[in-house]
Design a protein around this ligand. Structure first.
Ligand code: SF4
Length: 265
């Protein structure tokens, strides 16, 4: 017992003071992409190797403007585009705040500075009254590889202590306020996802975590999976929060959840 107390004192408090702590991310962390504003870069490049090398077709070359656009809903942050770009047009910043309220806001273009990227906004005031201080989520892994699930799960550990913000994961959709979905929605999980969603009492909201849940990610157009919430079979479900990444960093997920419930961050 004495040893335990001594060890506890030695270890001190391990929970990060998000968002006040200085965040230290790994050196190879890839956050919000930056695309050089110079049109010369893409103009002078005839190979378009970036678009061809992207495994998820996340890069679009816009012929009219001669610029590229990156769809963060599809990007898996694999760096193939950087490695294949002869003009150093693309780079990745360390900005981990990536979640948005709409699918359209997930596009990065050269004229969009980091400060202009439209981050997720809080729910409507009437919803905040209900969910702002106590939010129960049901997680559905709809054919995910377990990476997004693991990075969501880690929020419940003492480092992040998600419960201090009033956010908890619950087992039954009947006890939930919203659903958090990971994975591309495999055909086998489609019905289960719909049933779980329908079982949550209204008002409710939906959070898509990871490239797979948003667009299908690397499973786009696969025969046994849907294209996440981009799929026409899921258009009836309105998504309130998009958290991109493959998988998103736990801080990206935490930042998105807190934005949704209007916490000051
Ligand atoms: S980092 Fe994103 S945009 Fe670049 S090649 Fe990989 S998936 Fe495509």
């Amino acid at each position: 017992m004495f040893d335990t107390i001594v060890e506890r004192i030695k270890q001190k408090k391990r929970t990060i003071k998000f968002p006040d702590d200085k965040i230290s991310l790994p050196t190879n962390y890839r956050g919000l992409p930056r695309i050089s504003e110079s049109t010369e870069n893409c103009n002078s490049c005839e190979t378009k190797l970036c678009t061809n090398s992207c495994p998820t077709k996340a890069i679009n070359y816009i012929v009219d403007t001669r610029k590229i656009k990156i769809d963060l809903g599809k990007c898996i942050f694999c760096l193939q585009c950087i490695q294949n770009c002869p003009t150093n047009t693309i780079s990745f910043s360390k900005n981990y705040r990536l979640s948005t309220s709409t699918r359209a806001d997930l596009f990065c273009s050269p004229d969009l500075s980091l400060s202009e990227y439209k981050l997720a906004t809080a729910l409507h005031k009437s919803s905040l009254k209900i969910f702002g201080r106590s939010l129960q989520l049901r997680e559905v892994s709809a054919g995910g590889c377990n990476a997004c699930e693991a990075d969501t799960n880690v929020l419940n550990t003492l480092s992040f202590d998600l419960a201090r913000f009033g956010i908890k994961f619950v087992a039954s959709p009947r006890h939930a306020d919203g659903i958090l979905v990971t994975g591309p929605v495999s055909k086998n999980m489609h019905l289960a996802l719909i049933k779980t969603y329908n079982s949550i009492p209204s008002p409710k909201f939906v959070i898509a975590v990871g490239a797979c849940a948003i667009s299908g990610g690397i499973f786009q157009e696969a025969s046994e999976a849907h294209n996440g919430f981009d799929d026409e079979n899921l258009q009836d479900i309105h998504v309130d929060l998009f958290i991109p990444g493959c998988p998103p960093h736990p801080l990206t997920i935490l930042d998105g959840l807190l934005r949704l419930i209007g916490k000051k961050i």
